[in-house]
Design a protein around this ligand. Structure first.
Ligand code: NCD
Length: 328
């Protein structure tokens, strides 16, 4: 494994391995001795976080994931403070970062830039791995990994993700998290997807074609209340108004696409409510008290999954297993 730009690099064995490694990392990190052991794994490595689109969770969890492994980080969070304002091309900027660090983690408002950075790396003498931390409306592969991990753990006593009915709700047209997660579902047996979106915000045809090609049943509905009792998980997303061309978000009536106490009453006892966060009004704060609310756990899982992923990129997974057996 080298670049993590697209969900298509993952297969079921790798997903299972990353989930297992994530749980192992959390166990190792608990005692001080284990946390110190992790920090000794990569203290000579350096990473660059290049985030030219707002981020709280992905930035902080990536940054802290690096620190957990002893990796030092530097960051650029606005193109205005890089030489791109002097007219330096995107490719020259990325090549420059790669002169100083061993890993580039990047988020951009447009699609395709992480792929361009990876293609550039593949053409230069000293390439470094690229991790896509969100590329426009298109993909967010590491979010999909932490979502898979959260789902697998939520269903660990009921056979994991296989055979589950998963609802995805909200702005499915412009939400990269739902798009990336949908694509990973092809690695699970017997999954049924239900897309619940306001008019005009439905999942794009490319994802629906992908699901059809991989024989994953998927339905679309605007009626949350009718479908809720059938769901094992509901993955709620916010309206991505930053992508508006014509203020189209402001016309959406979110009430029929909101999870609150009434909706919890319609949901199975064993089901989970997820959200990549940040949330808008689509999950009311009363839901936070319900044991089925999984989004805060999901955000913590994100840091541990990213430790596992970075460890895997740098071939540190066996050392983590050794640390775990050393702690006995
Ligand atoms: C998501 C994103 O940036 O796509 N946030 C995140 O990384 N957790 C979801 C969103 O912004 O709605």
């Amino acid at each position: 494994m080298f670049h993590v730009v697209d969900t298509n690099i993952f297969d079921r064995p790798l997903l299972d391995e990353l989930c297992e490694l994530t749980t192992l990392v959390r166990t190792v990190a608990k005692p001080t001795e284990g946390a110190r052991g992790l920090q000794r794994l990569a203290p000579t490595r350096r990473a660059m976080l290049y985030f030219t689109q707002p981020s709280t969770r992905t930035f902080l969890s990536m940054n802290n994931a690096c620190h957990i492994l002893g990796i030092r980080t530097s960051e650029i969070r606005h193109p205005e403070v890089s030489s791109e304002v002097k007219g330096e091309t995107f490719e020259d900027s990325i090549r420059t970062f790669s002169s100083y660090v061993d890993l580039i983690i990047m988020r951009t408002p447009e699609a395709g830039y992480a792929a361009r950075a990876a293609a550039l790396m593949d053409s230069i003498p000293r390439p470094v791995p690229i991790i896509n931390a969100g590329s426009g409306k298109d993909q967010h592969p590491t979010q999909a990994l932490l979502d898979i991990y959260t789902l697998e753990r939520s269903f660990e006593d009921s056979g994991g993700i296989d055979g589950k009915t998963i609802g995805m709700m909200g702005d499915l047209k412009r939400g990269r998290t739902a798009r990336s997660l949908s694509r990973l579902m092809r690695h699970y047996e017997g999954v049924r997807l239900v897309f619940i979106a306001p008019d005009g915000f439905e999942m794009e045809p490319d994802i629906k074609a992908f699901l059809a090609e991989h024989n994953i049943p998927c339905e679309e509905t605007g009626r949350l209340h009718e479908i809720l009792p059938e769901l094992d998980a509901i993955y709620v997303t916010r309206i991505q108004s930053e992508h508006d061309v014509d203020d189209e978000s402001s016309a959406v009536n979110l009430a029929p696409f909101t999870v609150g106490t009434h909706e919890l009453g319609l949901l199975k006892e064993s089901a989970v409510v997820m959200h990549p966060l940040p949330r808008g009004p689509e999950i009311t704060i009363e839901v936070d008290q319900d044991p089925r609310a999984m989004y805060w756990r999901q955000e913590r899982n994100g840091m541990w999954m990213r430790v596992a992923l970075i460890a895997k990129i740098f071939d540190l997974d066996q050392e983590i297993r050794d640390l775990a057996s050393g702690l006995g």
